[in-house]
Design a protein around this ligand. Sequence first.
Ligand SMILES: C[S@@+](CC[C@H](N)C(=O)[O-])C[C@H]1O[C@@H](n2cnc3c(N)ncnc32)[C@H](O)[C@@H]1O
Length: 433
Amino acid sequence: MLERVLSMRRATQFSEEGDDDDEGDESKTKKTSHIAFVTRATNLFSRFGYLWPCLLLCLIILFLIPSLISHSRSIVCVSSYDPTSRLGFFGLDGLESDFGSLGVPWCRSKHGKTVEWTAKDLLKGLEEFVPIYETRPIKNNMYGMGFDHSFGLWFIARWLKPDLMIESGAFKGHSTWVLRQAMPGTPIVSLSPRHPEKYLKKGPAYVDGNCTYFAGKNFVDFGSVDWRVVLKKHGITDLSRVLIFFDDHQNELKRLKQALKAGFRHLVFEDNYDTGTGDHYSLRQICDQFYIRGGGHSCYKDSDEARIRSKRKKFWEKAVDIEELCGPGEAWWGVRGQMRDDFNHSNKAISYAKHFENSRFVESVLNVYWELPPVAGPSLTHQTRYDPARATSPIVEDGRFGLFQRLGLTRFETSVFNGYTQMVYLQISERGS
Ligand SMILES: C[S@@+](CC[C@H](N)C(=O)[O-])C[C@H]1O[C@@H](n2cnc3c(N)ncnc32)[C@H](O)[C@@H]1O
């Protein structure tokens, strides 16, 4: 940015210097042409009298009327959740920049490390994943993952190439299928109270042949599994070769502590809800602090935050306004000062001091915190749920319809893009480092 400003300044400076060089001749030419223009204008004026200024005025009015009509339309008729009117109202930039000063919560890693993959790798991955996703056995995975998170899980698993994949929360088995597409020969362990095969009676489901199910009557919660026994059975000695995927709507602090205790180092959380939303305490909520970009919420009803929130709320179903954000005693952390767990079946109030302590704990064990970007901007996917201002820039940015189409993303129903909730990949630091 600074570079660009400097080079603009330099360009002006150079052209001024150039002018100086030719000053003598050029000023002469300028003066002569100026005199010629005035003479011609005076001649015209005397020939046509006041006719031409009137013609000019008419032309200006003709240009102004359509532009006034189109602007007044976008001011008066903006319908909620309609992507076209949203675009007209905010413009492409406005879709993501309005939260500018508030930013988004972000967990800091200990040494500021980030992931190895780049935006280019993600784009290449998308190209490969689209035809795979088209072959999914469960076409309508309502209450399970949509396109964005399926891609994220597939990409992370394929990049890390683990020796064992563990998932907690299988539902009909779509995420098991995604893991299998990423790593065709790798064993999976799946924990879910209801066995995916049960869903087969009513419609499509996926049951994997190389998966150990702790499901149905064999269900054991992740926190109660004797992982040493399971890992031994699979011949795993290096725990950094295991990928854990949580989609079980449990308090993520609880899950993180359980994973730490077992010694796992690569974790993916599917539902990383934003502050004020969701049915369990999420990493994003935990890291939303007063000193962090996007933290420091105030419950003051006349604040900038309140104004921005109420504006965003009109356009995005999951956006929360200041009334929803703040609970009794102006508690904005978690969900209105509550730490939710187990699909919101458990709901415990926590003090700000405790919440702050949780964030410090999480940051003390993090090597990497990486939120999957949405696959494409909302003007392309027509998603209406998450507020793009609360997410990182999409892989396919708004306005790049050609790329969106080339990738084959236009072939999917818009509903598959509606489930984005900031899926996050965590790399836990080695003990003591
Ligand atoms: C949102 S669904 C998972 C969706 C699935 N991953 C997919 O993408 O299709 C949540 C699942 O977690 C299961 N669940 C509930 N409590 C659980 C627990 N303590 N451990 C593991 N799974 C649990 C539910 O029965 C449900 O199948």
